[in-house]
Design a protein around this ligand. Structure first.
Ligand code: F6P
Length: 505
């Protein structure tokens, strides 16, 4: 089969440039690349279609074609959309309609070889799937990754701040695009059923677009991890170098007699929603934890953020200043270290380094749509203490068994208790260390994800409209002709977001 991936935001190249360093280069790109590569290993021809960027600051993305080493049947195809320079994802909408989609259609027309099916990612890929399907009839799947209405909830959008929020995030366009994507897709792919399908898609802002209870167009396909990178038995090209780097940073930050202790590992972007503060508070409140372990935070791009100001204003103001305060007020200096690791292989190596010291992985985000980071850490052998407000609630469960400890991220005492349970009980550590890894091998590798996609895609290609409703939502004028007068108005957004919320309560 010939399969296209529609992913305009961020970008792709053979070096995985900027992964996890920029909000548009996070889990979604890792997902798309890995599923594409695994599908290709099954003999399919795969195109990752993204945006061409001709910008000296982002020089990796200027060529029209690129590919990954050893995977010739995955093409990265970059096509222009609006100005040449890099644009954050919130600013892409009109350029997708005006340029990107016509460029995709023209590209395949010239090649004379359209994909059999598109997989679309995020609302921007989704609306592209909608418009391409409307134009040339290629069916598409929609994988939301993150839904706009949930982000509005998290940002506490109110009738007062909505104009300002919409101006920055363009939630109106995003929600209309998501509604169309879920309404017109052949199948909506979610990572989890209880969390994503029944809670997130059930957000009132999507009412009338999709029926979460009765619609057959939902498939649960969990994301996976790459065992060749993260498994405890694997080795990264920079394994030894990373061990050396860790030793140096521990020597820089941790009191000498504590340097061989286990660590509580956190590894996510310095963003408020990741709630590093809750973890630091838990550590500060628990003498047991301080006695048993150090707290080690991998910070991606910032090498000494507990002591030196960082350039990212939000990270500095909303994450680091409060953390530094807790560290100082509780004399945690010498027990906590934060530093940057250069890339994913180094992250995997770091997990293996700390597993030898019987460490634990913690994720205390206020909310996580799925929570892939912990799954990677578990494959490397780290027991997990993770937020219950996430897909992990489902993914770590099998029958009555839970492969990790789920905690309430809003309660530092609960976080501390979860960590203490593993760090104070060597048998529990050993059990979780083995069982979590096996659970990940059984259910969460990219190979499994790709096979599930392929099975689904075969059904879609055989019968593209099998489950689509007879009456589809009309395409909003903005996505037919993105002139300012056609834009999704604030009143429309308010109607979708607030009125629907009111009517649901
Ligand atoms: O790749 C980055 C990512 O993981 C994507 O899924 C998505 O672009 C983003 O994080 C979350 O999106 P948002 O904050 O706009 O909901």
């Amino acid at each position: 089969m010939h399969i296209g991936f529609l992913n305009p935001q961020g970008n792709f190249d053979r070096h995985d440039s900027y992964w996890t360093e920029h909000p548009d280069f996070g889990g979604q790109l890792i997902y798309v690349k890995n599923v594409a590569v695994e599908m290709a290993k099954h003999g399919h021809n795969v195109d990752i279609i993204t945006r061409q960027i001709i910008d000296p600051e982002w020089s990796e993305f200027s060529e029209k074609f690129d590919h990954y080493p050893d995977t010739p049947n995955v093409r990265i195809i970059r096509l222009p959309a609006g100005p040449k320079e890099f644009l954050r994802k919130e600013l892409l909408w009109s350029h997708l309609v005006r340029d990107w989609i016509p460029n995709i259609l023209q590209f395949y027309q010239e090649e004379g070889n359209f994909p059999d099916v598109m997989t679309s990612h995020y609302g921007d890929g989704g609306i592209s799937g909608v418009l391409i399907e409307a134009e040339v009839g290629i069916p598409f799947t929609f994988t939301a990754h993150s839904l706009g209405a949930l982000k509005m909830d998290k940002l506490e959008v109110t009738p007062e701040n909505i104009p300002e929020m919409d101006e920055h995030y363009h939630f109106g366009r995003r929600i209309v695009a998501e509604r169309l994507s879920m309404n017109r897709s052949a199948v909506n792919i979610t990572s989890t059923t209880d969390q994503e399908r029944f809670k997130q898609y059930a957000h009132p802002a999507y009412r009338g677009a999709v029926d979460v209870k009765n619609d057959d167009r939902f498939a649960e396909i969990p994301p996976g991890v790459d065992p060749s990178l993260f498994d405890i038995e694997s080795r990264s090209p920079n394994e030894e170098e990373t061990y050396q780097l860790i030793q140096e940073r521990l020597a820089r930050d941790i009191e000498e007699e504590r340097r061989d202790l286990p660590a509580i590992i956190a590894a996510s972007r310095l963003a408020p929603k990741k709630n590093h503060l809750g973890l630091v508070q838990a550590f500060a409140e628990s003498e047991t934890l301080q006695e048993k372990a150090n707290l080690v935070i991998f910070t991606q791009g910032e090498d000494n953020p507990l002591r030196e100001p960082v350039s990212n204003h939000t990270a500095e103001k909303e994450v680091l200043i409060p953390i530094r305060e807790v560290v100082n007020n509780n004399n945690l200096g010498g027990k906590i270290s934060a530093f940057s690791l250069p890339d994913q292989p180094a992250l995997a190596a770091a997990y293996r380094f700390f597993v030898q010291r019987h460490s634990v992985f913690a994720l205390t985000s206020h909310h996580e749509p799925f929570g892939l980071g912990p799954i990677e850490a578990a494959l490397a052998g780290l027991p997990l203490v993770v937020t219950q407000n996430s897909g992990l609630r489902e993914s770590l469960r099998e029958g009555d068994e839970v492969y990790g400890i789920l905690i309430d991220p809003e309660n530092p005492a609960a976080i501390a208790q979860g960590l203490e349970e593993v760090l104070s009980d060597p048998q529990r550590w050993e059990r979780l260390h083995k069982a979590c890894r096996q659970h990940v091998w059984n259910y969460y590798t990219w190979k499994t994800t790709a096979i599930d996609y392929l099975n689904l895609i075969e059904e879609i290609v055989a019968s593209p409209n099998a489950c689509r409703p007879d009456e589809l939502l009309p395409i909003h004028p903005y996505f037919r002709d993105p002139r300012p007068e056609n834009d999704v108005s604030l009143d429309e957004l308010k109607e979708l977001y607030f009125q629907s919320s009111l009517s649901s309560s």
